[in-house]
Design a protein around this ligand. Structure first.
Ligand SMILES: Cc1ncc(COP(=O)(O)O)c(C=O)c1O
Length: 391
């Protein structure tokens, strides 16, 4: 039998990072010592205390049963307490917080609970690719909103066409931003929330990098007055606690949206393993001891990397957070050409800006998630790279 896959599936472009993994593997198979700075997968291990907590939790038989989709009470209470300490906000653990199998899962599912065919979703350009997934599957339409360096990689809301705005249901954003490394201020969120309320647009702010800030602590959109009427925020343990492989995150904010997402998920999954949920609860309880050294580590890497890149003629705005440097090469060229040049001449794999959207063209994203010695070696190779030989 010839298996015919769905039109929707066929309409998906290959997931950028999977393509990059394949490329890296193929080059390594040729015996080359490739340094991959393409994917944002933290190299630092999960804090030993979190791992020890998980080991204890795994031994407890009640944890071996199905979890509750919404997440266990212990974790939801710790999340509420953490948001109280960090943002001065109170959330009801029952209907304003829901646990996710990684924030990517919730991000992909959210459009299903709000979008009808033909509705628009505003997606930043350049973007984290998963914002498109649920929109495509729910029959929605995507309108790309440019993030330009001259605007600090913030969207220019006035430039969104009125005909699109009239049919817009949802707007995905993420700050500190992947891929540009830009931060957003509370003043920006206040204006955004006012705008969203005026136009009836739901805001999904993705705070996956909320703890990777290099200056003032990254604010939450939910600190803006009235935000709870229109917004949810996604959080991830992947970067904050270096727990990318454990697959856990959460959504917080507007209770109707949080409960609707949970209702959808009850029909799809049963939430993450309770032992992992309790390990994250431990992480949140000890957040102020565990997280600052991780943040400092990434800041040191970013400072060092930026200094060398600058001396080699790369052009960029220093990141305000995240684990990325988003930069234009010393010569004007297409992103992919620059990526292949570095791969061919320096055995360094990076992510082409064009893979994140049209407005990413001309940029390259460096991910600083390799061990320090490998990053130093990458810098050595970048210094030795002669862009005069670029054709
Ligand atoms: C902006 C952004 N949001 C969400 C995610 C997904 O995070 P998680 O591991 O929680 O699914 C990533 C992962 O790289 C990301 O870059």
């Amino acid at each position: 039998m010839k298996i015919e896959l769905s039109d929707k599936l066929k309409s998906f472009p290959p997931f950028l990072f999977e393509e990059l993994y394949r490329k890296e593997k193929a080059e390594r198979a040729k015996g080359r010592d490739i340094i991959s700075l393409a994917v944002g997968d933290p190299d630092l291990p999960t804090d030993r205390r979190i791992v020890n907590c998980a080991l204890q939790e795994i031994k407890k038989a009640p944890n071996h049963r199905y979890p509750n989709t919404k997440g266990n009470e212990n974790l939801r209470r710790e999340i509420a307490a953490w948001h109280g300490r960090r943002h001065g906000l109170k959330f009801h653990p029952n209907d304003e917080i829901s646990i996710l199998i990684g924030s990517k899962e919730g991000i992909a599912h959210l459009p299903f609970v709000v979008m009808n065919p033909g509705d628009y979703c505003l997606v930043p350009d350049p973007t984290y690719p998963t914002y498109r997934t649920g929109v495509i599957l729910s029959g929605g339409r995507i309108h790309n909103v440019p993030l330009e360096e001259k605007n600090g990689f913030l969207p220019d809301l006035g430039k969104i066409p009125a005909r699109v705005l009239a049919k817009t249901k949802l707007f995905f954003l993420n700050y500190p931003n992947n891929p540009t490394g830009a931060g957003a201020t509370l003043a920006f969120y206040k204006d955004l929330v006012k705008w969203a309320r005026r136009h009836g647009v739901i805001i999904a702010q993705d705070a996956a990098y909320c703890d990777m800030y290099f200056g003032k602590p990254a604010p939450s959109i939910l600190q803006a007055p009235g935000a709870r009427d229109v917004a949810v925020e996604f959080y991830s343990a992947s970067k904050t606690y270096c727990m990318a492989g454990w697959r856990i995150g959460w959504v917080v904010g507007n209770s109707k949206l949080v409960c609707a997402l949970n209702q959808l998920k009850e029909n799809i999954d049963s939430g993450p393993f309770n032992a992992i949920q309790n390990a994250v609860a431990f992480g949140l309880k000890h957040h102020e001891e565990i997280v600052p050294p991780v943040r400092e580590h990434f800041k040191r890497r970013a400072d060092k990397f930026c200094a060398v890149l600058r001396s080699c003629g790369w052009r960029f705005t220093c990141p305000g957070g995240s684990c990325f440097v988003w930069a234009r090469p010393p010569v004007n060229c297409a992103s992919l050409e620059a990526v292949y040049f570095m791969l061919g001449k320096a055995s360094i794999l990076t992510a082409p800006g064009s893979g994140f959207g049209r407005y990413g063209e001309g940029y390259v994203r460096f991910s600083l998630t390799e061990p320090d010695a490998r990053l130093d070696e990458a810098l050595k190779r970048l210094k030795a790279l002669d862009w005069a030989r670029f054709k």
